[in-house]
Ligand binder design. Structure first.
Ligand SMILES: [Zn+2]
Length: 145
């Protein structure tokens, strides 16, 4: 009986660790930001008057990048950047597993249509990951392990 309890606790701990792993990301958010922003000729980390920073400022957009689980926060930040820069708010949601995470993008997309901001999603494809599973950005966590 005692062993069963210990085993249960161990199992739950393993499960918790595995779940914590699920929210850790193979590549840093900044790598997605570098890839998208350079492809769109934007300015990264553009500083506003209130010292908040726009992830990427392009000719037309003030862009916020976030992983799928932060879909709701990304909208608030993007709208704030629109307010600060006068450029249209845009959310670029990072879907590491598009099949599972499209539901989050669909939420953003629906609100984008209703409240007039722009939204798109990107996947690890934008990173040009090499045969060793590393992306080209030296500041990425995949290059620090
Ligand atoms: Zn990387």
């Amino acid at each position: 009986m005692k062993y069963t309890k210990i085993l249960t606790v161990l199992f739950l701990l393993l499960f918790a660790i595995k779940n914590a792993d699920a929210v850790s990301h193979e590549h840093s958010e900044s790598s997605y930001q570098h890839a998208w922003c350079s492809a769109h000729s934007g300015i990264e980390e553009y500083e506003n008057k209130d010292y908040t920073r726009v992830d990427c400022l392009t000719k037309y957009h003030a862009v916020e990048f976030d992983f799928a689980n932060k879909w709701a926060e990304s909208i608030g930040q993007a709208l704030h950047y629109e307010e600060m820069t006068g450029k249209k708010a845009m959310v670029v949601l990072i879907l590491e597993n598009p099949a599972k995470q499209m539901v989050y993008f669909n939420r953003v997309k629906r609100l984008a249509e209703k409240y007039c901001f722009d939204a798109e999603y990107i996947t690890p494809n934008v990173l040009h990951i090499n045969q060793n599973c590393k992306c080209p950005y030296s500041d990425c966590k995949c290059n620090k392990i």
